[in-house]
Ligand binder design. Structure first.
Ligand code: Q9C
Ligand code: ZN
Length: 358
């Protein structure tokens, strides 16, 4: 299996994040991606390849172009405003602030703009962040091109992750929604129907928001109940899509302490939704923060779950792009990703249908 990877992620290394009002060490560290890469590089089943540059157009097709333009200049704005070496906002665009008064005008200072486009304090930015975020999109797009070109499956080692970024905001360690940009790119390249299966511990609120009204892109997510877990305000079972996208979104909730057997049963239920959407291409948002020892998760999964989980997804028999999201337990993150990918490869997958210009 081909593994798409870029070194650009290393320059996204903020000093800290703010969680529940406290300054804490970063969870979403460069060592995560380095650990995954080292484990896969040592296994002859996997072949590392560089991403190809796709430019800004595929990102603008999914995100508010004003957000993309903001992120491009965010660091320069921040420095011009006298900000310190790690940028974290202190004032957010809460809908209640201007309720009934119209949209107003976007702020002009670096600090003001940061809170205008961000939705949390967990997503610090540094000088190398924008380059890393752009490279992560290229990693996802290149892996998608490989699968559209006939590879049965490919792995995008994205960092920073993407699934929390909606169309017009960033947060949750995510800047651009890598998997959503890849899904839209696949549609544009000729895949008639695409499904995103999100198995990160957290709800993929950004991906859900981007495709909520879309009949052609299904979103199925298996995650910790938002009544106890980030992002708290999305990911409930009664969110099933709207308008033309009615019924194309599905959320399945995991209880605290969820074990391997319960998990694999719920994954099967999620896979029924994926299969029913009859996708030409499946994109998996893979987070291994579902692991029992993950520092920000609360499930009880063991390392033995990831092979069978990958195999269950592989048994759909559909071309599959795996996109890395979360997973913060450094000693096991590489092994768990490897187990998942090897499980996925255990079942033969039909190649994607030849792509037609869309
Ligand atoms: N007390 C991803 O896994 N902080 N993002 C949660 C919980 C933000 C996770 C705080 C977690 C973001 C891609
Ligand atoms: Zn997560």
């Amino acid at each position: 299996m081909k593994v798409v990877h870029s070194d650009a992620h290393r320059r996204h290394e903020p000093a800290h994040e703010v969680q529940a009002g406290e300054v804490i060490g970063l969870y979403e560290v460069p060592a995560r991606a380095e650990a995954i890469r080292a484990v896969l590089a040592a296994d002859a089943t996997f072949h590392l390849v560089d991403p190809e540059t796709h430019g800004r157009a595929p990102i603008d097709a999914v995100h508010d172009p004003d957000l993309v333009r903001y992120l491009e200049h965010a660091w320069t704005d921040w420095v011009a405003d006298g900000g310190p070496t790690t940028a974290i906002p202190d004032t957010f665009r809460h809908p209640g602030l201007r309720a009934g008064m119209g949209a107003g005008r976007p702020p002009v200072t670096g600090l003001g703009r940061l809170g205008y486009w961000s939705f949390d304090t967990a997503t610090p930015m540094v000088e190398g962040t924008y380059g890393a975020a752009r490279a992560a999109v290229d990693v996802a797009l290149t892996a998608t091109d490989l699968v559209l070109g006939g590879e049965p499956a490919a792995y995008a080692l994205c960092r920073p992750p993407g699934h929390h970024a909606p169309r017009g905001a960033f947060g949750g360690y995510c800047f651009f929604n890598n998997v959503a940009v890849a899904a839209q790119h696949a549609r544009h390249a000729g895949a008639a129907r695409v499904a995103v299966l999100d198995v990160d511990y957290h709800h993929g609120n950004g991906t859900q928001q981007i495709f909520y009204e879309r009949p052609d892109v299904a979103f199925v997510s298996l995650h910790a109940d938002p009544d106890r877990a980030y992002p708290y305000v999305t990911g409930f079972a009664d969110e099933t899509g709207t308008g033309a996208g009615r019924g194309t979104t599905r959320n399945l909730l995991l209880p605290a302490g969820c074990d391997d057997v319960t998990y694999l049963g719920l994954l099967d239920a999620a896979l029924e939704h994926v299969d029913r959407s009859a996708p030409d291409l499946v994109l998996v948002s893979l987070g291994v923060d579902t692991y029992g020892d993950d520092p920000i998760g609360d499930l009880s999964l063991t390392g033995a779950v990831y092979g069978p989980a990958g195999a269950a997804i592989g048994s759909l028999g559909r071309p599959t792009v795996v996109v890395q999201e979360g997973g913060y337990h450094l000693p096991t993150v590489g092994a768990n990703v490897r187990s998942f990918l090897r499980g996925l490869m255990a079942t033969p997958i039909r190649p994607a249908p030849p792509s037609a210009p869309g």
